[in-house]
Unconditional design. Structure first.
Ligand SMILES: [Zn+2]
Length: 70
């Protein structure tokens, strides 16, 4: 069966997507993103994480250096 969030192919019995971790159950899409964004981490091949600026219930805001635009 195909993941509703990222379209990756999964086992029919899968309860969560092997690619993005989204729930495969019917209903609202829940995307669980687990990314290590500790200082020095290169994100998206472009942004070097400098540190965490703040966090809310569903969001985390990081300060980062854009290597492309410097
Ligand atoms: Zn997925």
């Amino acid at each position: 069966m195909r993941c509703p969030a990222c379209q990756a192919e999964n086992e029919d019995s899968a309860s969560a997507c092997v690619s993005c971790g989204s729930s495969m159950a019917a209903g609202p899409t829940q995307v669980v993103v687990t990314v290590d964004l500790s200082p020095g981490t290169l994100f998206h091949g472009r942004y070097v994480i400098r540190g965490l600026l703040g966090r809310g219930v569903m969001v985390m805001v990081y300060k980062a250096h854009d290597r492309t635009l410097d």
